[in-house]
Design a protein around this ligand. Structure first.
Ligand SMILES: [Zn+2]
Length: 271
């Protein structure tokens, strides 16, 4: 599943090239998660002003309103100068005078929705509950620790809920907790201020590094230029159950938390 770093890498791969482009037309394939919310013809002639990201949503600003794009479980976006024919899994094309932005989505959990503004009811529903952006200055250690103190659930699940800090998905939560030396099952409320500061740093480090590396190496993910990421090859714990910890040699363990696999080192993550 594309996570925040993949979405950010995708954004960077085409944001500059599409800014200032004029929409020539829009082609819809099979239905995605929600209807587009506007007649495709109404987008024709509009200018693309820029591409922002909020959590795992890309926000494509137009003259009037914006498009919210989500990659769902298996979606990928690409932007290409040539106007190639659509395949059976290509369900949204934004054809512009600078090139073609296309959503390829095998499982069709992805979405492309037009909204009038970020105050529109659907935009509020999708974006309103999102926590702070982990790579922005708004993500601040002290406030993070205070927010954790209000939660009794396990730290791994609190991170993944996304309402305190957004975009710390399964891989990144496991990796950040390893770097901070925190057991994934520990109640968020019991994390000390020092550990919370360490976790804050670890989250930024892990996500920042993943963005640098081009996202995780997930089989079905490729960024908007079709290149695959490398992050997972250097994972410390994620996907490594039974293998020796890269720091202390203790076998990595896995457990299930809220339907998701968690990986940790019982020696390095004793807190
Ligand atoms: Zn270890």
């Amino acid at each position: 599943m594309p996570e925040l770093p993949e979405v950010e890498v995708t954004r960077r791969s085409f944001a500059e090239r599409i800014a200032g482009a004029h929409v020539l037309d829009v082609r819809l394939g099979k239905p995605l998660r929600w209807p587009l919310g506007i007649a495709p013809e109404a987008l024709r002639g509009q200018t693309v002003h820029g591409v922002r990201r909020r959590g795992k949503y890309l926000l494509v600003d137009l003259d009037r309103g914006l498009l919210l794009l989500h990659l769902g479980m298996s979606g990928s976006l690409y932007f290409a100068a040539d106007q190639r024919p659509a395949g059976v899994h290509d369900h949204f094309d934004l054809r512009t005078d600078r090139g073609l932005l296309r959503l390829h989505d095998l499982r069709r959990f992805g979405a492309v929705v037009w909204v009038e503004g970020e105050d529109a009811p659907l935009a509020r529903k999708l974006l309103g509950g999102l926590g702070v952006e982990p790579l922005s200055d708004a993500f601040e250690a002290e406030a993070f620790w205070r927010a954790l103190r209000q939660r009794r659930a396990s730290i791994k699940q609190v991170l993944m809920a996304g309402d305190i800090v957004v975009g710390v998905g399964n891989i990144y939560a496991s990796e950040a907790l390893f770097l901070a030396g925190i057991r994934p099952t520990l109640s968020a409320a019991r994390i000390t201020r020092t550990r919370a500061e360490r976790l804050h740093t670890a989250i930024r480090q892990v996500l920042g590094r993943a963005v640098e590396q081009g996202g995780s190496t997930l089989r079905n993910f490729s960024n908007a230029s079709g290149e695959h990421g490398l992050f997972q090859q250097e994972a410390m714990v994620y996907g490594r159950a039974g293998e020796p910890c890269r720091v202390c040699g203790t076998p990595i363990r896995s457990l299930r938390q809220g339907q998701r696999s968690t990986f940790y080192c019982p020696h390095c993550q004793s807190a």
